[in-house]
Design a protein around this ligand. Structure first.
Ligand code: 8YV
Length: 329
Protein backbone atom coordinates (compact mmCIF):
# COMPACT_ATOMS: atom_id res chain seq x y z
CA UNK A 1 0.00 0.00 0.00
CA UNK A 2 1.33 3.50 -0.88
CA UNK A 3 2.05 6.21 1.62
CA UNK A 4 -0.83 7.96 3.31
CA UNK A 5 -1.76 11.23 1.58
CA UNK A 6 -1.46 14.44 3.57
CA UNK A 7 -2.60 17.85 2.23
CA UNK A 8 -0.13 20.63 3.12
CA UNK A 9 -1.32 24.22 2.70
CA UNK A 10 2.03 26.00 3.08
CA UNK A 11 5.59 25.25 1.99
CA UNK A 12 7.78 24.69 5.06
CA UNK A 13 11.59 24.72 4.98
CA UNK A 14 13.06 21.86 2.92
CA UNK A 15 14.21 19.99 6.01
CA UNK A 16 10.66 19.93 7.38
CA UNK A 17 9.18 18.93 4.03
CA UNK A 18 11.70 16.12 3.68
CA UNK A 19 10.83 14.83 7.14
CA UNK A 20 7.11 14.94 6.39
CA UNK A 21 7.78 13.35 3.00
CA UNK A 22 9.50 10.34 4.56
CA UNK A 23 6.26 9.48 6.32
CA UNK A 24 3.56 10.73 3.96
CA UNK A 25 2.68 11.39 0.34
CA UNK A 26 2.46 15.19 0.44
CA UNK A 27 -0.17 16.97 -1.65
CA UNK A 28 0.76 20.66 -1.80
CA UNK A 29 -1.63 23.57 -2.07
CA UNK A 30 -0.31 25.77 -4.90
CA UNK A 31 1.75 28.46 -3.16
CA UNK A 32 0.88 32.18 -3.40
CA UNK A 33 -2.43 31.25 -5.04
CA UNK A 34 -5.84 31.86 -3.53
CA UNK A 35 -7.41 28.43 -3.93
CA UNK A 36 -11.21 28.42 -4.15
CA UNK A 37 -13.04 26.33 -1.57
CA UNK A 38 -14.06 23.85 -4.25
CA UNK A 39 -10.50 23.58 -5.56
CA UNK A 40 -9.18 23.03 -2.02
CA UNK A 41 -11.72 20.27 -1.37
CA UNK A 42 -10.75 18.67 -4.66
CA UNK A 43 -7.01 18.94 -3.90
CA UNK A 44 -7.52 17.46 -0.45
CA UNK A 45 -9.53 14.53 -1.80
CA UNK A 46 -8.27 11.24 -0.39
CA UNK A 47 -5.96 12.95 2.11
CA UNK A 48 -6.20 11.51 5.60
CA UNK A 49 -4.75 14.64 7.17
CA UNK A 50 -4.39 18.36 6.47
CA UNK A 51 -1.40 20.38 7.72
CA UNK A 52 -2.67 23.95 7.80
CA UNK A 53 -0.95 27.31 8.32
CA UNK A 54 -3.50 30.06 8.17
CA UNK A 55 -5.71 28.65 5.37
CA UNK A 56 -9.38 28.81 6.32
CA UNK A 57 -11.05 25.46 6.98
CA UNK A 58 -14.77 26.15 7.45
CA UNK A 59 -17.79 23.95 8.10
CA UNK A 60 -18.44 23.37 4.37
CA UNK A 61 -14.90 22.06 3.87
CA UNK A 62 -15.10 19.91 7.01
CA UNK A 63 -18.32 18.33 5.75
CA UNK A 64 -16.79 17.72 2.32
CA UNK A 65 -13.59 16.05 3.60
CA UNK A 66 -14.95 14.09 6.55
CA UNK A 67 -15.17 10.85 4.57
CA UNK A 68 -11.35 10.65 4.38
CA UNK A 69 -9.75 13.30 6.62
CA UNK A 70 -9.06 12.30 10.22
CA UNK A 71 -7.02 15.25 11.47
CA UNK A 72 -6.42 18.92 10.77
CA UNK A 73 -3.09 19.83 12.34
CA UNK A 74 -2.34 23.56 12.73
CA UNK A 75 1.35 24.36 12.34
CA UNK A 76 1.27 27.15 14.95
CA UNK A 77 -0.44 27.99 18.21
CA UNK A 78 -3.32 29.89 16.61
CA UNK A 79 -6.29 28.01 15.19
CA UNK A 80 -8.77 30.80 14.47
CA UNK A 81 -8.64 29.79 10.81
CA UNK A 82 -10.24 26.42 11.60
CA UNK A 83 -13.92 25.98 12.53
CA UNK A 84 -13.16 23.56 15.36
CA UNK A 85 -16.82 23.01 16.24
CA UNK A 86 -17.57 22.06 12.63
CA UNK A 87 -14.55 19.75 12.59
CA UNK A 88 -15.84 18.11 15.75
CA UNK A 89 -19.28 17.56 14.18
CA UNK A 90 -17.55 16.05 11.16
CA UNK A 91 -15.45 13.71 13.28
CA UNK A 92 -12.16 15.42 12.39
CA UNK A 93 -9.58 15.94 15.14
CA UNK A 94 -7.87 19.34 15.30
CA UNK A 95 -4.45 19.96 16.88
CA UNK A 96 -2.17 22.94 17.27
CA UNK A 97 1.42 23.59 18.47
CA UNK A 98 1.19 25.78 21.62
CA UNK A 99 4.79 25.55 22.87
CA UNK A 100 7.21 25.45 19.96
CA UNK A 101 6.33 28.98 18.74
CA UNK A 102 7.01 30.76 22.04
CA UNK A 103 10.64 31.86 21.92
CA UNK A 104 10.82 32.69 18.22
CA UNK A 105 7.71 34.84 18.49
CA UNK A 106 8.88 36.53 21.70
CA UNK A 107 12.24 37.26 20.06
CA UNK A 108 10.61 38.86 17.02
CA UNK A 109 8.35 40.87 19.33
CA UNK A 110 11.45 42.39 20.87
CA UNK A 111 13.01 42.86 17.46
CA UNK A 112 10.04 44.98 16.43
CA UNK A 113 9.99 46.84 19.77
CA UNK A 114 13.65 47.82 19.43
CA UNK A 115 13.34 48.61 15.71
CA UNK A 116 10.46 51.03 16.32
CA UNK A 117 11.77 52.61 19.53
CA UNK A 118 15.28 53.19 18.18
CA UNK A 119 14.20 53.91 14.55
CA UNK A 120 16.49 51.21 13.17
CA UNK A 121 14.73 50.91 9.79
CA UNK A 122 14.91 54.68 9.26
CA UNK A 123 18.56 54.62 10.32
CA UNK A 124 19.36 51.85 7.84
CA UNK A 125 17.74 53.86 5.04
CA UNK A 126 19.59 56.98 6.18
CA UNK A 127 22.98 55.28 5.87
CA UNK A 128 22.14 53.49 2.60
CA UNK A 129 21.05 56.80 1.05
CA UNK A 130 24.50 58.25 1.71
CA UNK A 131 23.09 60.99 3.92
CA UNK A 132 26.02 62.66 5.71
CA UNK A 133 23.94 64.70 8.17
CA UNK A 134 24.93 62.59 11.15
CA UNK A 135 24.86 64.18 14.58
CA UNK A 136 23.64 64.18 18.20
CA UNK A 137 20.11 65.22 17.36
CA UNK A 138 19.73 62.75 14.49
CA UNK A 139 17.05 60.01 14.58
CA UNK A 140 16.26 60.43 18.26
CA UNK A 141 14.30 57.43 19.49
CA UNK A 142 12.58 56.31 22.68
CA UNK A 143 14.49 54.90 25.64
CA UNK A 144 13.52 51.29 26.41
CA UNK A 145 15.49 50.42 29.54
CA UNK A 146 13.77 51.30 32.77
CA UNK A 147 10.41 52.03 31.13
CA UNK A 148 7.02 50.32 31.60
CA UNK A 149 6.07 47.32 29.47
CA UNK A 150 2.38 46.41 29.24
CA UNK A 151 1.53 42.83 28.25
CA UNK A 152 -1.93 42.02 26.93
CA UNK A 153 -2.38 38.27 27.27
CA UNK A 154 -0.19 36.59 29.89
CA UNK A 155 0.12 33.25 28.15
CA UNK A 156 3.34 31.53 27.03
CA UNK A 157 4.40 34.18 24.50
CA UNK A 158 3.30 37.14 26.67
CA UNK A 159 5.26 35.67 29.57
CA UNK A 160 8.36 35.15 27.40
CA UNK A 161 8.18 38.75 26.18
CA UNK A 162 7.82 40.05 29.75
CA UNK A 163 10.79 37.94 30.93
CA UNK A 164 12.91 39.59 28.25
CA UNK A 165 11.75 42.97 29.64
CA UNK A 166 13.26 42.14 33.01
CA UNK A 167 16.65 42.23 31.31
CA UNK A 168 15.87 45.85 30.36
CA UNK A 169 15.00 46.68 33.98
CA UNK A 170 11.43 47.38 32.94
CA UNK A 171 8.33 47.67 35.11
CA UNK A 172 5.97 44.96 33.90
CA UNK A 173 2.19 45.42 33.82
CA UNK A 174 -0.26 42.91 32.41
CA UNK A 175 -3.96 42.57 31.86
CA UNK A 176 -6.41 39.92 30.81
CA UNK A 177 -9.53 38.17 32.05
CA UNK A 178 -7.95 37.04 35.32
CA UNK A 179 -4.67 37.43 37.24
CA UNK A 180 -2.04 34.81 36.37
CA UNK A 181 0.05 33.67 39.36
CA UNK A 182 2.48 31.83 37.06
CA UNK A 183 3.12 35.03 35.09
CA UNK A 184 3.68 37.11 38.23
CA UNK A 185 6.03 34.51 39.69
CA UNK A 186 8.49 34.73 36.77
CA UNK A 187 8.08 38.39 35.83
CA UNK A 188 7.07 40.19 39.06
CA UNK A 189 4.46 41.77 36.81
CA UNK A 190 1.46 43.61 38.26
CA UNK A 191 -2.07 42.70 37.17
CA UNK A 192 -3.89 45.92 36.25
CA UNK A 193 -7.05 46.98 34.46
CA UNK A 194 -7.05 47.51 30.70
CA UNK A 195 -7.34 51.25 31.33
CA UNK A 196 -4.34 51.39 33.66
CA UNK A 197 -2.23 49.32 31.27
CA UNK A 198 -3.00 51.50 28.26
CA UNK A 199 -2.51 54.76 30.16
CA UNK A 200 0.68 53.86 32.06
CA UNK A 201 2.66 51.70 29.61
CA UNK A 202 5.46 53.06 27.45
CA UNK A 203 5.39 49.86 25.38
CA UNK A 204 2.34 47.62 24.86
CA UNK A 205 2.63 44.15 23.38
CA UNK A 206 -0.47 42.22 22.35
CA UNK A 207 -0.52 38.43 22.76
CA UNK A 208 -4.14 37.40 22.34
CA UNK A 209 -5.75 34.59 20.35
CA UNK A 210 -8.30 35.81 17.81
CA UNK A 211 -11.91 35.14 18.78
CA UNK A 212 -15.18 37.02 19.18
CA UNK A 213 -14.07 38.53 22.50
CA UNK A 214 -10.68 39.75 21.28
CA UNK A 215 -11.68 41.17 17.88
CA UNK A 216 -10.73 44.88 17.88
CA UNK A 217 -9.61 44.58 21.50
CA UNK A 218 -7.50 47.65 20.72
CA UNK A 219 -9.60 50.41 19.19
CA UNK A 220 -10.06 54.18 19.27
CA UNK A 221 -10.80 54.25 23.01
CA UNK A 222 -7.70 52.25 23.94
CA UNK A 223 -5.42 54.15 21.56
CA UNK A 224 -6.62 57.46 23.03
CA UNK A 225 -5.60 56.25 26.48
CA UNK A 226 -2.00 55.64 25.41
CA UNK A 227 0.90 57.97 26.18
CA UNK A 228 1.97 60.21 23.27
CA UNK A 229 5.28 58.37 22.85
CA UNK A 230 3.94 54.90 23.66
CA UNK A 231 4.64 52.12 21.16
CA UNK A 232 2.24 49.28 20.28
CA UNK A 233 3.54 45.88 19.17
CA UNK A 234 1.40 43.10 17.67
CA UNK A 235 2.75 39.65 16.80
CA UNK A 236 -0.47 37.81 17.67
CA UNK A 237 -3.38 38.29 15.22
CA UNK A 238 -4.07 41.36 13.12
CA UNK A 239 -7.81 41.71 13.84
CA UNK A 240 -7.23 42.14 17.58
CA UNK A 241 -6.39 45.73 16.60
CA UNK A 242 -8.75 48.07 14.72
CA UNK A 243 -6.27 48.91 11.98
CA UNK A 244 -8.19 51.96 10.75
CA UNK A 245 -8.12 53.43 14.25
CA UNK A 246 -4.43 52.59 14.58
CA UNK A 247 -3.54 54.34 11.32
CA UNK A 248 -5.41 57.44 12.45
CA UNK A 249 -3.66 57.45 15.84
CA UNK A 250 -0.27 57.03 14.18
CA UNK A 251 -0.93 59.71 11.53
CA UNK A 252 -2.13 62.16 14.20
CA UNK A 253 0.82 61.24 16.45
CA UNK A 254 -1.48 60.25 19.32
CA UNK A 255 0.97 57.39 19.92
CA UNK A 256 4.67 57.04 19.25
CA UNK A 257 4.69 54.13 16.82
CA UNK A 258 3.80 50.52 16.06
CA UNK A 259 5.59 47.28 15.28
CA UNK A 260 3.37 44.85 13.39
CA UNK A 261 3.96 41.26 12.26
CA UNK A 262 0.27 40.57 11.66
CA UNK A 263 -2.44 42.53 9.88
CA UNK A 264 -6.21 42.76 9.86
CA UNK A 265 -6.52 41.53 6.26
CA UNK A 266 -3.13 39.89 5.64
CA UNK A 267 -1.48 39.35 3.27
CA UNK A 268 -3.19 42.55 2.14
CA UNK A 269 -1.77 45.45 4.18
CA UNK A 270 -3.54 48.79 4.51
CA UNK A 271 -1.66 51.29 2.36
CA UNK A 272 -2.09 53.81 5.18
CA UNK A 273 0.47 51.89 7.25
CA UNK A 274 3.09 51.73 4.51
CA UNK A 275 3.29 55.52 4.32
CA UNK A 276 4.21 55.95 8.00
CA UNK A 277 7.81 56.24 9.25
CA UNK A 278 6.79 55.36 12.84
CA UNK A 279 5.70 51.86 11.82
CA UNK A 280 7.90 48.79 11.31
CA UNK A 281 6.23 45.86 9.57
CA UNK A 282 7.10 42.22 8.94
CA UNK A 283 5.06 39.58 7.02
CA UNK A 284 3.87 37.22 9.79
CA UNK A 285 7.34 35.83 10.45
CA UNK A 286 7.01 35.45 14.20
CA UNK A 287 7.95 31.80 14.04
CA UNK A 288 10.23 32.08 11.01
CA UNK A 289 13.42 30.56 12.32
CA UNK A 290 14.76 27.40 10.71
CA UNK A 291 14.83 25.54 14.01
CA UNK A 292 11.27 26.51 14.91
CA UNK A 293 9.76 25.76 11.51
CA UNK A 294 11.49 22.36 11.31
CA UNK A 295 10.23 21.52 14.78
CA UNK A 296 6.72 22.64 13.82
CA UNK A 297 6.85 20.20 10.91
CA UNK A 298 8.11 17.41 13.16
CA UNK A 299 5.33 18.01 15.67
CA UNK A 300 2.67 18.03 12.94
CA UNK A 301 4.01 14.75 11.57
CA UNK A 302 3.92 13.28 15.09
CA UNK A 303 0.31 14.37 15.64
CA UNK A 304 -0.83 13.03 12.29
CA UNK A 305 0.74 9.70 13.19
CA UNK A 306 -0.98 9.62 16.58
CA UNK A 307 -4.37 10.38 15.02
CA UNK A 308 -4.01 7.80 12.22
CA UNK A 309 -3.15 5.18 14.83
CA UNK A 310 -6.56 5.87 16.38
CA UNK A 311 -5.18 7.77 19.36
CA UNK A 312 -6.07 11.22 20.66
CA UNK A 313 -3.08 13.29 19.44
CA UNK A 314 -1.02 15.59 21.63
CA UNK A 315 -2.44 19.14 21.89
CA UNK A 316 -5.79 17.99 20.54
CA UNK A 317 -8.43 20.74 20.71
CA UNK A 318 -11.47 18.50 20.22
CA UNK A 319 -11.01 14.87 21.40
CA UNK A 320 -14.78 14.32 21.32
CA UNK A 321 -14.57 14.48 17.52
CA UNK A 322 -13.44 10.85 17.60
CA UNK A 323 -16.96 9.73 18.57
CA UNK A 324 -18.36 11.46 15.47
CA UNK A 325 -15.87 9.93 13.05
CA UNK A 326 -17.36 8.61 9.84
CA UNK A 327 -17.20 4.85 10.21
CA UNK A 328 -15.96 4.35 6.64
CA UNK A 329 -12.55 5.90 7.42
C1 8YV B 1 2.08 30.79 11.82
C2 8YV B 1 1.28 31.62 13.93
O1 8YV B 1 1.02 29.87 11.92
O2 8YV B 1 1.68 30.12 15.69
C3 8YV B 1 0.85 30.84 15.11
O3 8YV B 1 -0.35 30.96 15.44
O4 8YV B 1 0.65 32.56 13.54
C4 8YV B 1 2.50 31.21 13.20
O5 8YV B 1 3.14 30.12 13.82
C5 8YV B 1 3.25 30.09 11.16
O6 8YV B 1 4.29 31.00 11.17
C6 8YV B 1 2.88 29.67 9.72
O7 8YV B 1 2.50 30.78 8.98
Amino acid sequence: MGKIKVFVTSQFPEEAMQLLGTHYDLVMKPQNEQLSKEALIQKAAGCKAILVSGTRIDSEICEAIKSHCQIITCSGVGYDNVDVEAATRSGILVTHNPRVVTDATADLTWGLLMAVSRRIVEGDGFVRSGNKQWGPSNLLGVQVSGKTLGIIGAGRIGTAVAKRGIGFNMRILYTGRTPKEAFEKVTEGAYVSKEVLFSESDFISVHLPLNASTHHYVGVEELNMMKKHAILINTSRGPVIDETALISALKNQLIGGAGLDVFEHEPNVNIGLASLDNVVMTPHIGTATLETRIRMGELCAQKIGEALEGRIPTDCLNPTALSNRVSSI
